[in-house]
Design a protein around this ligand. Structure first.
Ligand code: HEM
Length: 305
């Protein structure tokens, strides 16, 4: 989950950085764009493959503790030796089967049991009322893993561009477009992951112990609906305002560092000259040579004086 959050953030930063490098409106922000993209590339190259390995481990743990969820993620109905990886299928829960299946033999079994003829339990081991909603779990899992794989591909693309020393070149249009297109995908993968976890757990609140139906509070449907609508309205407002603000900041671009107008600014630095050096003010008009290096008396300098 932590790596997923890091990746999501990195792809936003990298996407915005790539936009600053490409945008004709933001030529003065290209340097910022390079720093942003460069840092995000490191995350994509190293953390995206790590996410795949962590996800694989997560899946093995789920297989041990919530096998019905894994069967739904994989769209497996019958117990299957050398289980196939379903690339595409429309799970039909009513008839307990898949429609329009496209699959690669052995791959799922290999991933889940680390052996070619390992057996994966099918959904039919559970009564229909004990199975999770397969369609949601199956597709949410594919969306999450699909985006994870795209992240790995963008990481590889970044490595290639890095070795060619073209990663910051505005002529690398497709490279920067790929980064820009990835900007929102981390959020979608995060949501898809939560859908897999929470929907795949159904019909249990505590797997195999308390059913969701048993853990409902004794409230009238109208009361629950009112609270739910309240939450939806509030979140639309909060996220709407937040997204609007963030998009405006991105459209404006980072502001160049400016000296604050107030004269007390330099009191916050250890010495006036260090403060001026930090702020890039190399030509102090108001100060004499002597008082430039005089430490401000009321500042905790951490023992540097
Ligand atoms: C690429 C390969 C990936 C694999 C194999 C993978 C696998 C898994 C598995 C097996 C689960 C567990 C479900 C459970 O037991 O409840 C899970 C959950 C999750 N995944 Fe992925 N995942 C991958 C990529 C990603 C990516 C790229 C993101 C987001 C950027 C992501 C975000 C999540 C989240 C947020 C959860 C829910 C965690 C929780 O609530 O405990 N995953 N993933």
């Amino acid at each position: 989950m932590m790596t997923a959050a890091f990746l999501t953030t990195a792809f936003v930063i990298g996407g915005v950085g790539a936009y600053y490098i490409q945008s004709k409106k933001h030529t003065e922000h290209r340097q910022h764009g390079r720093v942003m993209l460069g840092m995000a590339m490191i995350m994509a190259i190293f953390v995206a493959p790590a996410q795949v390995l962590i996800g694989d481990e997560h899946g093995l743990n789920t297989l041990e503790h919530q096998p019905a969820k894994v069967a739904a993620m994989e769209g497996i109905w019958e117990d299957e030796r050398g289980a196939a990886l379903r690339l595409f299928a429309i799970p039909d829960q009513e008839n307990q089967t898949n429609k329009y299946e496209i699959s690669i033999p052995y791959v799922s079994g290999l991933i889940l049991t680390h052996s070619l003829d390992g057996e994966v339990k099918g959904l039919k081991n559970w009564a229909p009322e004990d199975q999770p909603p397969v369609m949601i779990v199956f597709w949410a899992f594919r969306i999450m893993v699909g985006i994870g794989m795209l992240m790995v591909l963008v990481g590889l693309f970044s490595l290639y561009k890095y070795f060619k020393k073209q990663q910051y070149n505005p002529e690398s249009v497709w490279f920067h477009r790929a980064w820009m297109m990835m900007t929102p995908l981390g959020f979608i993968a995060l949501l898809a992951g939560w859908f897999v976890t929470e929907t795949g757990r159904q019909p249990w609140t505590v797997y195999g112990v308390i059913r969701t139906a048993e853990s409902m509070s004794p409230l009238a449907a109208q009361q629950v609906a009112t609270t739910l609508i309240g939450f939806i309205v509030l979140y639309i407002f909060v996220f709407g305002a937040g997204s609007f603000y963030i998009l405006r900041l991105i459209a404006q671009g980072p502001k160049p560092y400016e000296d604050p107008a107030d004269d007390n600014f330099y009191e916050h630095s250890v010495t006036e000259s260090q403060g001026r050096a930090l702020s890039g003010d190399s030509n102090p008009a108001k100060s004499t040579e002597e008082d430039i290096d005089t430490p401000a008396n009321d500042v905790d300098d951490g023992g540097l004086r």
